[in-house]
Design a protein around this ligand. Structure first.
Ligand code: GDP
Ligand code: MG
Length: 167
C-alpha cells in the first residue's frame, strides 16, 4: 500500500492593511475573511499607528521617488486611524498574498487583475489598501519591524519540529 505523506512547507509573510482600508469596517472585514478563506494561518495580528519616522524608515528604499513624501505622510497620518499588521503563514505565503493584493497601481490592477484586493478596494496608488513583503528575506526584516518580539527563525524551527513529530 502506498502511503501518502501530506507535506506542507510553511512560509511567513508580513501583510498590512493600510489605514484607508482599516477605516472602512466592511472592507476590513472582507479582507480579514479573504485571509482566512485563502488558508493563511494568522500567526500574529495587531492594530497600530506609525510616527513619521517609522513610516520614513519602513519605506526608506523609496526615498527620493516622487511618491515618497505623500506615502510617508499618509501612512503616519493619525487622523486616518490605525493600520493592521499580520504575520501570515501558508505555503508560498509571500507570492500568494501578493497575488491576492494585485499590482501596486490601482488602475493597472483594475485592467489586469480586476478581482484583486487593490482593484476592488484601492482608492489611489498611495491608498492602495494593502502591503505585502516581496520576498522571504524582506518578510523577515519587515516582520521584525512590526513585531520586534517575534522570532521568525524560532517559529520556523518549531513548525519543523511539529512537522517531523507528525502533527
Ligand atoms: P508594493 O510592493 O506593491 O506595495 O509596491 P512598492 O514597494 O513599489 O511601493 C510601495 C508603496 O508605494 C506602494 O504600495 C504604493 O502605495 C506606493 N507607490 C508605489 N509606486 C507608486 C506610484 O507610482 N505612485 C504613487 N502615488 N504611489 C506609489
Ligand atoms: Mg514593496
Amino acid at each position: 500500500m502506498t502511503t501518502l505523506r501530506c507535506e506542507r512547507v510553511l512560509q511567513l509573510t508580513l501583510a498590512v492593511i493600510k489605514p484607508d482600508a482599516v477605516a472602512h469596517p466592511l472592507i476590513l472585514e472582507t479582507l480579514h475573511q479573504k485571509i482566512l478563506e485563502n488558508n493563511f494561518i494568522v500567526v500574529r495580528k495587531k492594530d497600530l499607528w506609525w510616527r513619521r519616522k517609522d513610516s520614513e524608515s519602513f519605506y526608506a528604499e523609496h526615498s527620493g521617488r516622487f511618491f515618497y513624501q505623500r506615502l510617508v505622510e499618509f501612512m503616519s497620518r493619525q487622523v486616518c486611524g490605525p493600520m493592521r499588521a499580520y504575520i501570515l503563514a501558508r505555503e508560498d505565503a509571500v507570492a500568494h498574498w501578493r497575488e491576492l493584493m494585485g499590482p501596486t497601481k490601482v488602475y493597472r490592477a483594475r485592467y489586469t487583475a480586476p478581482n484583486s484586493v487593490r482593484a476592488l478596494y484601492g482608492l489611489t496608488d498611495t491608498r492602495n489598501t494593502t502591503h505585502g513583503s516581496d520576498s522571504a528575506e524582506s518578510a523577515k526584516r519587515e516582520i521584525a519591524f512590526f513585531f520586534p518580539e517575534f522570532s521568525v527563525q524560532q517559529w520556523l524551527d518549531k513548525e519543523e519540529q511539529r512537522f517531523r513529530a507528525g502533527h
